[in-house]
Ligand binder design. Structure first.
Ligand code: GCU
Length: 398
């Protein structure tokens, strides 16, 4: 493994330097047998593909069921200018106070029947998502960003509302959808602490002190948290848990994709600029490489994945197959033109190359099940992006 000074900073941004490559056929089983119908995909193709991603990239998520309990912290029937009800719920994963995650939920008051909902992790604490004064500050480690109110790894009042543009709670609820979010650091603080904080230690066997080489890293823990949030949403009568879209931006887009690959209850999936290790094809060698991912963020993927630093094309799969694990559920991949680090064209091609699986499972309906846009501008999630996601959700969840 490289030291920090050796982190490869140079990335290829030249389309003419993309090497010749052949993508693995998502409908060929490891032994070379073709998958020719939906039953064979779900019985053989999907499990085989899933096992490879699990073993070599994101790591296995432990399956032990924990003694989860929840505590309602607040209920505000007149949030967002009276248009929504907001609720904060703390979810504990053991008898102890830590670890816990705090789920923030907005549901539109205009809807009389159970609503479809967007669920996503946030980067800087629930208090950044709206200007609502009653939203609790993140109570776990946050990345320092004094200008945005994160000081000494603690969220401060100054951070309230700093992510309003990224979350668009008003727009989402005006369009009849719920919104639920959790601060990702509740599940696993985003620094390399050898997995002593966060949820991993809850799963250690007697004598185990860190995940095994094929077990989950931080992305796995974040994805696990999305499923635990969905467990809670299933208990809310005003939410239609069969119509929950999971979404994430960037590293949290990687987590959203992996959550949806594992948990088929998620009805629709949105990758906002998830890039390398998310929606972008590795074999293009464009933008961020696996060597960079594994050195700058050694805690994100499983340890087996470190073997593929500088060997991006040696994995038996590429990221179009991660997207194929979402089929036949509606999938939206979004890029930004200046976000070359995330390889917009590689994200587009991954979505296109997931189509054979969508076609097999959904026939004529497959065409509209994959959405894509590349908007002008840089690495971000904006109102424009949300408008596209809402239109896509209207087409598939209404
Ligand atoms: C870094 C990292 C990306 C990641 C991004 C983010 O740029 O290299 O892989 O997607 O952070 O999460 O914003």
């Amino acid at each position: 493994m490289e030291t920090a000074e050796e982190i490869p900073q140079t990335a290829n941004y030249d389309e003419s330097k993309v090497p010749a490559y052949t993508l693995p056929d998502p409908l060929l089983l490891p032994g070379g047998h073709p998958v020719t119908d939906a039953a064979a995909w779900f019985e053989k193709g999907r499990p085989a593909t899933f096992l490879e991603f699990e073993t070599l990239m994101y790591g296995r998520t432990p399956s032990k069921t924990l003694p989860v309990r929840s505590e309602i912290l607040s209920l505000n029937p007149r949030a967002l200018g009276g248009k929504a009800i907001s609720q904060q719920v703390r979810i504990y994963f053991s008898e102890q106070a830590e670890p816990h995650m705090t789920l923030l939920i907005f549901l539109p008051n205009s809807q009389k029947t159970p609503v479809p909902l967007f669920l996503g992790l946030n980067f800087n604490g629930n208090q950044t998502v709206t200007n609502e004064p009653d939203v609790l500050l993140a109570d776990h480690w946050v990345r320092d960003n004094p200008e945005a109110g994160a000081v000494n790894h603690q969220a401060t009042e100054a951070s309230r509302g700093t992510g309003v543009e990224n979350w668009q709670a008003q727009l989402i609820t005006d369009r009849g959808y719920g919104l639920a979010t959790v601060y990702y650091g509740d599940l696993d603080p985003d620094f390399d602490d050898d997995f002593q904080n966060g949820v991993q230690p809850l799963f250690y066997e007697e004598g185990q002190t860190r995940p095994a080489p094929g077990e989950w890293g931080a992305i796995g823990a974040w994805a696990w948290g999305l499923s635990r949030a969905l467990d809670f949403l299933e208990t809310l009568p005003r939410v239609d848990a069969k119509r929950v879209a999971v979404l994430g931006h960037s590293r949290l887009g990687k987590a959203a994709l992996w959550a949806a690959a594992q948990d088929q209850r998620f009805a629709l999936v949105i990758s906002n600029e998830s890039g390398s290790g998310g929606a972008a094809l590795a074999r293009r060698m464009f933008g961020e490489t696996y060597a960079h991912l594994n050195t700058a963020f050694p805690h994100w993927f499983c340890r087996n994945f470190h073997t593929y630093s500088h060997h991006d094309a040696d994995l038996p799969f590429d990221q179009h197959q991660l997207l194929a694990l979402i089929a036949p559920r509606p999938l939206y991949v979004a890029s930004a033109s200046e976000d070359l680090w995330a390889d917009p064209y590689g994200e587009y091609l991954a979505a296109e190359n997931a189509r054979p699986v969508y076609n097999l499972l959904a026939g004529d309906a497959a065409r509209d099940k994959i959405g894509y846009h590349k908007r002008p501008g840089g690495h971000d999630i904006t109102r424009y992006d949300w408008e596209r996601y809402l239109d896509f959700a209207d087409a598939h969840l209404r």
